[in-house]
Write a protein that binds this ligand. Structure first.
Ligand code: ATP
Length: 241
């Protein structure tokens, strides 16, 4: 599978944390992605606007966390015309950023087949219910990353039967074997990969709780980039200051 490949990491990023950065790095190196776009959800479809920290803060933190990594690109794709919170619309917009090209065997590899949507294993439970979930899973590559402490990803129960033949479960393989399996996939076709990136056990929920509690600063330190930690402290974003 030759040519430019691009990751699309969608999230609320409230706040972006080291778990996210670890996942992006791990998937980037495994799949040879030229760039990873961090697409910040404007108002996640499943959340009320008043439940979520304003987009401007979440985007600012993504910019800070990715500032030193040139291949990690903050994105507000959801706000671009036509604004939409749905992943299917974001992926169509992202296609413009990836040239179609030739794959290893000289076959045409359409732009969609060069996009890799990155998500945690917990998203596997929901993806079929996302708008045009079937079309999404058919048209684009997905990389579901196991979350630490979570039960193994039971993809047979979560995904529509029609896509199971395109699932590649790479969990439990060492990186060399996982890479060679990925390289053996024909260009121009999309797959649903399950991977284990040894991501640290961090969640944004935990960070918000620590920020709001007294004495949570020390534990938070390990979970955040220094610039993001400073930002949260300066703005007292989650209270507790
Ligand atoms: P919250 O605790 O508020 O639900 P979160 O930490 O899960 O937030 P999101 O912004 O919702 O962060 O995450 C974006 C994507 O990254 C999701 O698909 C999520 O499953 C995945 N993700 C987040 N943290 C990890 C982690 N530690 N390991 C693997 N995947 C993760």
């Amino acid at each position: 599978m030759d040519g430019i490949k691009v990751g699309v990491f969608g999230g609320t990023f409230n706040p972006v944390h080291r778990g996210h950065l670890h996942v992006a790095q791990g998937v980037q190196s495994l799949f040879g992605l030229s760039r990873v776009y961090f697409v910040v959800a404007a108002t996640p479809p499943h959340k009320r606007p008043d439940e979520v920290t304003p987009l401007a803060h979440r985007y600012a933190m993504v910019c800070l966390a990715t500032a030193r990594e040139v291949s990690f690109v903050p994105s507000l794709a959801e706000l671009e015309p036509e604004p939409s919170p749905y992943t299917i619309d974001t992926m169509k917009k992202m296609e413009r950023l990836v040239p179609a090209g030739k794959g290893a065997g000289g076959a045409d590899a359409p732009a969609a087949s060069r996009l890799f949507f990155i998500a945690g294993g917990d998203s596997l439970l929901e993806v079929s219910s996302w708008r045009e979930g079937g079309r999404l899973l058919d048209g684009y590559n997905f990389v579901f990353v196991a979350r630490p402490g979570a039960t193994p990803m039971a993809f047979e129960k979560c995904l529509p039967a029609g896509v199971l033949g395109r699932v590649r479960d790479l969990t439990g393989l060492d990186r060399k074997r996982a890479r060679s399996k990925i390289a053996a996939e024909p260009a121009g076709e999309s797959r649903i990969y399950l991977v284990d990136a040894q991501a640290p056990d961090i969640s944004a929920t935990k960070i918000r709780e620590l920020a709001a509690a007294k004495g949570g600063d020390r534990a938070m330190r390990k979970m955040l980039s220094p610039a993001v930690r400073d930002y949260i402290r300066k703005t007292n974003l989650y209270g507790g200051g």
